[in-house]
Design a protein around this ligand. Structure first.
Ligand SMILES: Cc1cc2nc3c(=O)[nH]c(=O)nc-3n(C[C@H](O)[C@H](O)[C@H](O)COP(=O)(O)OP(=O)(O)OC[C@H]3O[C@@H](n4cnc5c(N)ncnc54)[C@H](O)[C@@H]3O)c2cc1C
Length: 508
């Protein structure tokens, strides 16, 4: 029977569950007879993940679509502005080994010409400094906008650092009160339906069975529907991405302490450390591979970094990989239930946003539609997961560090074939948009350019392709220094802007 999709049940109330509920509810606001109902069931027994997360600029559109005000979000989630990532000690491991991956794109889309212009006119600068306004050291502690600018609009591209647990709390309040989502606080104990047929309902401890036409599995690592009920296989990527542990802590900070506007990622002998500045604390985590490092050594590395062995720590385990597919029968997994690779480059929440947006934009009308939408979704997101694996691995293969972990990371057997092929051709030309299949890549060619040239790959253009320094490129490159000076003079610090917006929010 070609049943209408009217009742959507989301199980799981972490970032993935509430973001999905928010995007769906905002896009499909009719809760009446002709609309859809959205129910979110969240276990009071299973806590959600929250370590102090970095995000991508997509988050601004997501929050705006859901209808959340920027100042309210910043205040409630202890969030701060993020302008990209700084990578320390990834190339040689020495002091002063640092490069940047900013959010702002290079000034021109013709990489051959841009590379040539950089090499001939300012080779003393790093690639990012030469081609991107955001990479000036003078902008690093600054906010990307002024207080007077509208919500989610910046002088420079930006995202946020945030507390994911607080964001789920904010979304819950908004989505239930303003968008008509039904919230059930209960633990799902059973999935009802044959494993080769659509799910009919889920059984909860206190609220009996909840029926639905479409179920969204946002249950985190438990993946109770896609993984548990349907047994959709997990594709292990740990032979490519070695990290499987994180030890996390935080350092409280005062209201006048400066806040970095980049995620600081510092490599160590068997992994790396993230340092994320929120308003009230710095979230710090030591990511490592248990094959190459014991837990107590990783803990010592974290303590050496924070300088305070008394700080309480939390040990987390994860397995790098994802499900073979994400939409099975009438069940779609979004968030950790679909997979997790590792925290590098903050690729998890952006995938939640893209998945939830794809669902909201292409919500199947009936069961027949669902089969087609599921096929499309699985195709698109398999591609996305593979490209993210490539991009994360890129950070490890270009390192010249000599510890076993880093040397093994460079072994050809651990490098995906597509990445390996591209690394070969990028010896002769820059990464270009034609290397990628989608207009909306999570990590476009520019991201690859920032990493490969940041990590010291020798810039080269095709020997017979005559690069041109057009007057347009020249103008763009000259304007970078001018803009950097203007931004440095006109933008407040991350902390000052947050204080200003907080004041504004309390006045409203
Ligand atoms: C070490 C680490 C660092 C990370 N850093 C980043 C980062 O910098 N940037 C980024 O984008 N992402 C990062 N992530 C990932 C990010 O935190 C998650 O992707 C994101 O918070 C989404 O989580 P989730 O909602 O899928 O799962 P969770 O937060 O685990 O939520 C799962 C939900 O399911 C519910 N649930 C579970 N079982 C049941 C049941 N039986 N019945 C009912 N409800 C149930 C739970 O109660 C909970 O509400 C990191 C993750 C880790 C582990």
């Amino acid at each position: 029977m070609n049943k209408r999709v009217k009742h959507i049940v989301i199980v799981g109330g972490g970032t993935a569950g509430w973001m999905t509920a928010g995007l769906l509810a905002a896009r499909h606001p009719d809760r009446g007879e002709n609309g859809i109902s959205i129910t979110l069931i969240e276990s009071p027994e299973v806590p959600s993940v929250g370590v102090g997360e970095g995000t991508w600029p997509t988050i601004r559109k997501t929050l705006s679509r859901i209808g959340i005000k920027e100042a309210e979000f910043l205040v409630q989630c202890q969030a701060s502005f993020k302008q990209g990532s700084q990578f320390d000690r990834w190339v040689t491991g020495e002091d002063g080994d640092t490069y940047h991956h900013p959010f702002e794109l290079p000034v021109s889309h013709i990489p051959n010409d841009l590379l040539h212009a950089w090499q001939t006119s300012m080779p003393e600068k790093t690639f990012a400094q030469a081609v991107c306004v955001q990479s000036s050291p003078s902008l690093r502690g600054l906010a990307p906008k002024q207080t007077s600018m509208p919500d989610f609009v910046g002088a420079i591209n930006y995202a946020y650092h945030l507390d994911a647990v607080k964001m789920a709390d904010l979304l819950r309040l908004h989505v239930v009160e303003k968008l008509g989502v039904t919230h059930i606080s209960d633990h799902v104990t059973q999935i009802n339906g044959a494993t080769d047929a659509p799910i009919e309902s889920v059984t909860t401890r206190e609220n009996s069975d909840i029926k639905g036409d479409l179920f969204v599995d946002c249950t985190g690592n438990a993946s109770i529907m896609l993984g548990g009920h349907y047994g959709v296989e997990f594709v292990d990527k740990s032979h490519i991405l070695f990290n499987d542990r994180a030890i996390v802590t935080h350092i409280p900070v005062g209201e006048s302490d400066p806040i970095h506007s980049e995620t600081i990622s510092t490599a160590h002998k068997a992994g790396w450390i993230w340092d994320i500045g929120l308003q009230n604390r710095r979230g710090i985590g030591c990511v490592y591979s248990s094959k190459y490092m014991k837990d107590d050594e990783a803990e010592q590395i974290l303590h050496d970094y924070t300088g305070n062995p008394e700080l309480p720590v939390r040990h987390l385990k994860f397995q790098s990989g994802h499900r073979t597919h994400f939409w099975h029968e009438n069940c779609l997994a979004i968030g950790l239930s679909a997979g997790f690779l590792e925290p590098l480059e903050a690729s998890a929440i952006v995938l939640v946003e893209l998945s939830a947006e794809a669902l909201a934009e292409n919500l199947p009308v009936n069961a027949e539609d669902m089969k087609i939408e599921a096929k499309k979704f699985n195709h698109r997101f398999s591609y996305r997961w593979d490209r993210i694996v490539d991009f994360l691995k890129l950070h490890y293969v270009l390192s010249q560090r000599e510890e076993d972990y880093w040397r093994d990371n460079r072994k050809p057997a651990s490098i995906p074939e597509r990445l390996s092929d591209y690394l070969e051709v990028w010896k002769h030309r820059p990464p270009s948009q034609y290397d990628f299949e989608h207009a909306s890549e999570v990590f476009p060619a520019a991201s690859y350019q920032f990493i490969v040239y940041g990590m010291g790959m020798k810039p080269a253009t095709h020997p017979t392709l005559k690069p041109r320094i057009t007057s347009e490129i020249q103008k763009h490159m000259q304007s970078i220094t001018r803009k950097q000076r203007a931004f440095a003079a006109g933008l407040p610090t991350n902390r000052a802007l947050l204080a200003g917006l907080k004041k504004q929010a309390t006045r409203v």
